[in-house]
Design a protein around this ligand. Structure first.
Ligand code: GYE
Length: 334
């Protein structure tokens, strides 16, 4: 998988940066670290959700590369999709007295206690990728990430295009992302909003989580196909689950993209490859390359100017159909 390779490359680059920084410390006459401005280097503690998808691998690489480029000392940990691991990572960053904490919350609820601990320690928090539900907005400075509800609406509009000319009822199966995660909740909401407002002929006949993974998508789609012989459309909350589902659709003797139309979200390399083969009909892009915007926000917050930032720094993204996939593939960056 490209993801693993790029992940390892990024890991190697970060270790190399660590060695360079260590060398620089031993020889203070030369440099005090990657930050050449003369000011003290910023330490950022970052808790990543996990390694569940191609999107996540690209996001991790972007964060690591952007930290390096910005001269920020990055402490990185992978929570393997578990909230308790993220809470422990954040507590450890508080104990280490990092300058800024950032994390991509696996689910939306259950963060107030640890966020209050960060606030009490005077460490600002920047959310990235996914949002939290909190009654106290002062617990984080800003969110750098996408509008997932709009992505769900865009997916419904892409399905309208895919179904152009189709008459009669449309039976939809939905592969949801991780239960309780912002992108799963909001993509379902946005899609449902357009469906209820404009498409009485569409029905979601099956909907379950595949946890944003290929294995999950494959397994849940196999169960959907066993229970329902008449699925017209798969709406998958990410490309990896759609790619897993394609295997189950083929195993059931059906042609993905033809017998069952597929719309998914992300736009990772392997999603584009499946789309160029006509197996996925349309993809709503969700840009994972948040690193540079995040590092800019970290610097602003560290300079004490967090109040000048918007509460939500949104990412720019586009929509693609199968006929555009082959032409777009060479210029895709993830
Ligand atoms: O769509 C999915 C990943 O939070 C936007 O998480 C992210 C989602 C992305 O696992 O592939």
């Amino acid at each position: 998988m490209i993801d693993r390779r790029s992940f390892l490359t990024a890991g190697a680059a970060v270790s190399a940066a660590g060695i360079l920084a260590a060398c620089a410390k031993k020889n203070p006459a030369k440099s005090t670290g990657p930050d050449s401005s003369g000011s003290k280097q910023i330490t950022l503690g970052f808790s990543q959700v996990g390694s569940e998808s191609g999107w996540r691998a690209a996001n991790t690489q972007s964060v690591k590369e952007a930290a390096k480029a910005a001269g920020i000392n990055l402490k990185f940990s992978d929570a393997q999709q578990k909230q308790e691991n993220q809470i422990s990572a954040i507590r450890s960053y508080i104990a280490q007295k990092v300058d800024v904490i950032s994390f991509s919350p696996v689910v939306v609820t259950g963060w107030d206690t640890v966020l209050k601990e960060a606030k009490a320690a005077g460490i600002p928090v920047i959310l990235t990728d996914r949002s939290v539900e909190t009654s106290d907005p002062s617990l984080y400075v800003t969110l750098v990430g996408s509008d997932f509800e709009i992505e769900g609406e865009r997916a419904a509009h892409m399905l309208e295009k895919v179904l152009a000319g189709h008459k009669g009822p449309v039976k939809i199966a939905q592969l949801e992302g991780t239960t309780g995660a912002a992108p799963a909740i909001e993509r379902a909401k946005g899609f449902g909003k357009i469906m209820h407002a404009s498409h009485p002929e569409w029905t979601i006949i099956a909907s379950q989580t595949g946890d944003f993974t290929r294995a999950g998508g494959k397994q849940v789609m196999a169960a959907f196909l066993q229970a329902h012989s008449d699925i017209d459309v798969l709406f998958s909350h990410n490309d990896d689950m759609a790619i897993g589902a394609i295997q189950s659709i083929q195993a059931a003797g059906k042609t993905p993209g033809t017998d069952i139309k597929i719309v998914s979200v992300d736009g990772v390399h392997d999603g584009f490859v499946a789309m160029s083969k006509g197996q996925i009909n349309a993809i709503v892009e969700c840009n994972p390359l948040l690193g540079p915007q995040l590092m800019d926000a970290v610097k602003t917050v560290h300079a004490g100017k967090g109040s000048t930032l918007p509460r939500w720094i949104k990412t720019k993204e586009g929509d693609y159909t199968a006929d555009q996939a082959a032409a777009a593939l060479p210029s895709r960056k993830y």
